[in-house]
Design a protein around this ligand. Structure first.
Ligand code: HAM
Length: 420
């Protein structure tokens, strides 16, 4: 062990497990790519104000969890705690919304940072794959995103997840509800912090996880009863479109989520095998965010799925991903002459696109064959001194154990045929 360890709340992805994370990212990205989402990558840090204004001044993410710092040049920056504000900032900065083709559909994959109390499924550095559809108000777009997330999870073999759905209203109806909820909360027996939160951000109180608080919230007014006609009609259509696609969901009338930018459609994907950190993903519509960060009105919707928790969910369900072996051919040279010749052949194989590896470090036959086995390669190429004299190499099928001698000059062509 070295003197150093991974910082608290973080962990390293190492082979062979790291392949699972790549596969999860790929499985989430595939349906997005197939549906017109283009890849976007933004910096790992942004102006701290972007998140304060975007995610919300009074949210836990901004007040407690952000890695904010001042640079030597005096800039106030923060490691990104989430992707939506950054992606929208990038789209606005590049004027993507003016190119005339709305919605702008983008997907991303990367690291995010929140100074949270670490526990299983909750880390200070974690990874998300996300999607944002910017600049269109269309229930079909909300439905598309929910359907694509469902498709991604299913393609991985996940089954025991649920989709929770709610509408948070818009700037017409939410303030009326907010006032009614505030009235209700003021009459409860709550601690000082929670009462203060009720004044600043009453909807967040609905998300309080404590049982004694939840008990008092049983009769809280529900946003559903305050939705304006436009929000109601919008929500009905989203629900109909998802249902028509055969995607099951549950109405969760108290779902508010931890970020302030949401309007109308809000949803969360939860997995029941994960304990308290059960949200494997979440998202919703954020029609006002663009204006909040200085842009024009651009109604938008998106989600982010947590890669770490998706991997935990797969483990909880006992799903074994089918991960293709990284190497198709493993070369085993016996002796110095064989080493040079086979190394050249490995390079040739790689050039034609055949994944090949080599027994480095001058191993003997036994250790080298063990390495070939471990690599998962379908074929081993074994070359000894006598083979060189005969102009052949031994091609061993690692599955059947069958071994044949083939001409050294036929290696590439023979393997191309066998592996096609
Ligand atoms: P979020 O719900 O804060 O939403 O995060 C999305 C997902 O990221 C969570 O469901 C969870 O799987 C994962 N996640 C969040 N925090 C942690 C953590 N500390 N450790 C491990 N995993 C974590 C957002 O970030 C929004 N930007 C989603 C969105 C996109 N809304 C609209 N567009």
């Amino acid at each position: 062990m070295s003197t150093f360890q991974a910082p608290k709340g973080t962990y390293d992805l190492l082979p062979p497990d790291s392949a699972k994370y790549l596969a999860v990212r790929e499985a989430i990205a595939t349906p997005l790519r197939d549906s017109g989402y283009g890849y976007v990558e933004t910096p790992g840090f942004e102006n701290v104000e972007l998140f304060a204004r975007g995610v919300g001044e009074s949210t836990d993410i901004v007040t407690k969890e952000m890695y904010a710092f001042e640079t030597k040049g005096g800039d106030r920056l923060a490691l990104r705690p989430e992707g939506t504000a950054s992606v929208l900032r990038a789209a606005l900065e590049a004027n993507l919304h003016k190119a005339g083709n709305l919605p702008v559909k983008l997907w991303y994959s990367g690291s995010y940072y929140r100074y949270e109390r670490p526990q299983k499924g909750r880390y200070r550095h974690f990874s998300q794959v996300g999607a944002e559809a910017i600049g269109a108000e269309d229930p079909a777009l909300d439905a598309e995103l929910i359907i694509l997330a469902d498709q991604a999870y299913r393609s991985l073999g996940l089954r025991n997840f649920r989709i929770l759905l709610n509408s948070l209203g818009d700037k017409e109806c939410r303030p009326v509800y907010r006032a009614a909820l505030q009235d209700f909360l003021r009459g409860l027996d709550l601690d000082e912090d929670t009462l203060a939160r009720a004044e600043i951000n009453p909807l967040r109180v609905l998300d309080d996880k404590r049982a004694d608080v939840q008990k008092q919230l049983t009769d809280a007014p529900l946003l559903r009863d305050y939705l304006c006609d436009a929000c109601k009609a919008y929500h009905v259509e989203v629900r109909e479109l998802i249902t028509a696609a055969g995607v099951a969901f549950e109405d969760d009338l108290k779902l508010v989520r931890g970020l302030d930018y949401y309007t109308r459609t809000t949803f969360e994907f939860v997995h029941d095998g994960l304990g308290s950190q059960s949200a494997v993903g979440g998202g919703g519509r954020y029609d006002g965010l663009s204006e909040m960060i200085g842009g024009p009105a651009l109604p938008s919707v998106g989600w982010a799925l947590g890669v770490d928790r998706t991997v935990l969910a797969l483990e909880a369900e006992g799903v074994e991903l089918e991960l293709p072996a990284a190497t198709s051919v493993f070369a085993v040279p016996l002796g110095e002459g064989a080493r040079r010749l086979l190394f050249a052949k490995v390079t040739e194989l790689r050039k034609v696109g055949i994944a090949a590896d080599f027994a480095f470090g001058g191993k003997g036959l036994k250790a080298a064959m063990k390495a070939a086995n471990r690599s998962g390669a379908r074929y081993a190429l074994v070359l000894g001194e006598r083979d060189i004299a005969d102009g052949v190499v031994q091609l061993k099928d690692m599955e059947s154990g069958e071994q044949v001698a083939i001409g050294v000059n036929e290696i590439v062509a023979e393997l191309e045929v066998r592996l096609s």
